[in-house]
Ligand binder design. Structure first.
Ligand SMILES: Cc1cc2nc3c(=O)[nH]c(=O)nc-3n(C[C@H](O)[C@H](O)[C@H](O)COP(=O)(O)OP(=O)(O)OC[C@H]3O[C@@H](n4cnc5c(N)ncnc54)[C@H](O)[C@@H]3O)c2cc1C
Length: 416
């Protein structure tokens, strides 16, 4: 479970202190504004575009199918936000900053994009992943409770805690309305003066350590000073030499089961987001916005082509989900399947993000590797990238491209 990087690395909040001192728009004159093209309006690209704009750049945001589209990794209904990240303090700090930015977005736009539910960690004997995070969360002001199994059974009678040894309730945690939030970010970007285009993009030629332009689907070209490719599961195929198989898209199924009419048991307030660390890692959400009780298996699925895949359910996986739910949430044993989704994780070899400059083009930046846990972090990711691009500074080494060749085994546990 350890990520092998330890606690001593430069912290995110430390790195962002200088950024926090910046005015929102530093007053760059329009003729000297750097022009940045951001390709991909998922969580990473959308937030990056907004931060770049607010730091005075001229920004064009492009996406082949639109923000939070049904092929994108950000295209689900909901994504968990929580700060437990084992010993990886940098992510917990990013979550703290991300909360500020998600909340500011919700406030500024009047849109409800977050539902606070808390996160219930149901652990077996080995609870080292959560335990390692406890001092970090205490330091950052995230409250965590550690009820015993008997107490938990009283608080959440809808859960059968058999086999669970340690229970933690992370109180400041919940669900972000994923695809909707991507559209809100894009709308905000446009309302603040950004240039949005729906277009398929092919990276242009790289010559003399620089990308010259982009080829757009309508046959036109777009030239900018900097290019940021935030292309999620497509990043490897767009940059086969630099990223290639270091971004591995895997097929993930998500199910929504119907809860009984009028029962509070499965609603936020009565049931937190839950993560079950048994032989496998399963997780799910209470019934948010009437979509149903969400269930997902964190096990990495088969390889998937995000452009061409038929997104149909696998009966054996659905049957496995029903078996687990009948045991852990007996009241849902006969719950009907209401909706389902086939999405994809965009896994890096060690589960850490990829945020770095292209090794052969100084004006090209690559962002991805969300690895099943990136969504919540996107506001902080975008801020980090905007700083790096406009101030020409290196990104955090643990997110660097250089490491990709060196990492052979996954160090992040597989559910974030
Ligand atoms: C089932 C599932 C559950 C998850 N659960 C969580 C969770 O609980 N919490 C959490 O924090 N994270 C979670 N994640 C991970 C998170 O959703 C992703 O890490 C994050 O959404 C990735 O965002 P992105 O912007 O990198 O990629 P994407 O959202 O895939 O965006 C990339 C965009 O690039 C566009 N694009 C690609 N190629 C081109 C091109 N050539 N031209 C133009 N546009 C292009 C695409 O259309 C797309 O919109 C989950 C992911 C999945 C699939």
């Amino acid at each position: 479970m350890s990520n092998g990087f330890g606690f001593s690395r430069r912290t995110f909040l430390g790195g962002m202190a200088a950024a926090a001192a910046l005015p929102a728009t530093p007053g760059i004159q329009s003729d000297t504004k750097p022009h940045v093209a951001v390709i991909g309006a998922g969580a990473f690209g959308g937030w990056s575009a907004l931060h770049l704009l607010r730091r005075g750049a001229r920004v064009t945001l492009l996406d082949a199918w639109g923000p939070g589209n049904s092929r994108a990794s950000s295209g689900g209904e909901g994504r968990a936000i929580r700060a437990v990240y084992g010993p990886d303090r940098i992510y917990s700090e990013m979550v703290l900053r991300a909360y500020e930015l998600w909340e500011a977005l919700a406030r500024d736009t009047g849109r409800k994009i977050y539902e606070e539910t808390g996160a219930l960690w149901m652990m077996g004997k080995d609870d080292s992943y959560v335990r390692a995070a406890l001092p970090i969360l205490a330091d950052l002001g995230f409250p965590v409770e550690n009820p015993g199994v008997a107490e938990a059974a009283k608080r959440w009678p809808q859960i059968d805690f058999s086999g669970v040894v340690n229970i933690y309730l992370e109180k400041r945690a919940g669900a972000l309305m994923a695809r909707e939030a991507c559209a809100v970010v894009r709308d905000r970007f446009v309302s603040e003066g950004g240039d949005w285009r729906q277009a398929h993009v092919r990276p242009g030629k790289i010559e003399n350590n620089s990308m010259q332009s982009l080829d757009l689907g309508d046959g036109s070209r777009l030239t900018a000073d900097h290019y940021l490719f935030a292309c999620g599961p497509w990043l490897g195929s767009l940059f086969p030499d630099v990223i290639g198989e270091a971004v591995r898209p895997t097929r993930q199924e998500v199910y929504y089961f119907g809860t009984s009419a009028g029962r509070q048991t499965w609603l936020p307030g009565a049931l937190p987001i839950w993560i079950d660390f048994g032989r496998k890692i399963y997780y799910g959400f209470p019934d948010i916005h009437g979509r149903g009780f969400k269930f997902a298996d964190d096990t990495r699925g088969a390889p998937i082509d995000p452009s061409t895949a038929e997104r149909q359910l696998t009966p054996t996986l659905l049957a496995e989900a029903r078996r687990f739910i009948s045991r852990r949430f007996p009241g849902l044993a006969d719950a009907p399947l209401l909706e389902s989704r086939v999405c994809q994780y965009e896994n890096s070899p060690d589960g850490h993000l990829i945020l770095d400059r292209h090794s052969k083009a100084a004006n090209v930046w690559l962002a991805g590797g969300g690895s099943g846990h990136g969504f919540k972090l996107a506001p902080a990711v975008g801020e980090m990238l905007a700083e790096s691009i406009l101030k020409d500074v290196k990104t955090e080494p643990m997110f660097g491209i250089d490491r990709l060749g060196r990492t052979s085994k996954g160090t992040q546990f597989e559910k974030k």
